[in-house]
Design a protein around this ligand. Structure first.
Ligand code: GRF
Length: 201
């Protein structure tokens, strides 16, 4: 199976995925990395690993769907079977989601449905929660709302700062995202409505 990673930022999750592919922990081919940000360090991670790294400039398109059509053209060119969002800071259009229904995964730094949106770690920290965590889920039209594949808890203690919490969350992300991708590629995820069952682990 061929896959793409879409990323807008540092690319910590992308790096973990690249390493998992190299080690054979993910048995699929990472063919392409696309970013909507020219200076995303994720693109650099891809180049260092010899993976085609493509910047597509949103300013060249009049709306979300025409941008997504350009992305989809690239995905077809590379015969991409499924899509991994890793810190991709753009909502996908319905058009995109229809093209890859039940084949788009995202990672979110909270225990969904708590703390949806772009500031999940800070909001959980400011709320002084005792536990938060990480969620890997399928992507649907509604933001951070698709069926949940895996979740992992992260506990806070009194000495945690926002920075130490971010660090803990990212460490967990880098373990569970490759694991979820591998389950997906092995056909171990059965989706029924909101419920994802993990079969034949
Ligand atoms: C991660 O915390 C991920 O959960 C969220 O965006 C962040 C991306 O970090 N969606 P990175 O670019 O993978 O380092």
């Amino acid at each position: 199976m061929n896959f793409v990673v879409l990323a807008s930022g540092r690319g910590g999750n992308l790096k973990a995925i690249i390493d998992a592919v190299k080690k054979g922990d993910i048995q699929a081919d990472l063919k392409l990395v696309i970013s909507n940000k020219e200076d995303a360090y994720a693109l650099e991670h891809a180049r260092q690993a010899g993976i085609p790294a493509v910047f597509i400039n949103p300013k060249d398109f009049s709306d979300r769907e025409s941008f997504d059509r350009a992305v989809i053209e690239r995905l077809q060119e590379f015969k991409i079977d499924f899509v991994i969002l890793a810190g991709y800071m753009r909502l996908l259009s319905s058009y995109f989601i229809q093209q890859y229904r039940d084949k788009i995964l995202n990672i979110h730094p909270s225990l969904l449905p708590a703390f949806k949106g772009g500031h999940a770690i800070k909001e959980a920290f400011d709320h002084a929660v005792k536990v938060t965590g990480v969620t890997v889920h399928f992507v649907i039209d509604e933001m951070d709302a698709g069926a949940i594949i895996l979740q992992e808890i992260v506990r806070l203690d009194h000495s945690d700062t926002l920075e130490s919490l971010e660090e803990k969350i990212h460490q967990v992300e880098h373990c569970i995202y490759p694991k979820a991708i591998e389950l997906f590629t092995r056909g171990c995820l059965k989706i029924e409505g909101r419920k994802v069952t993990i079969t034949k682990q």
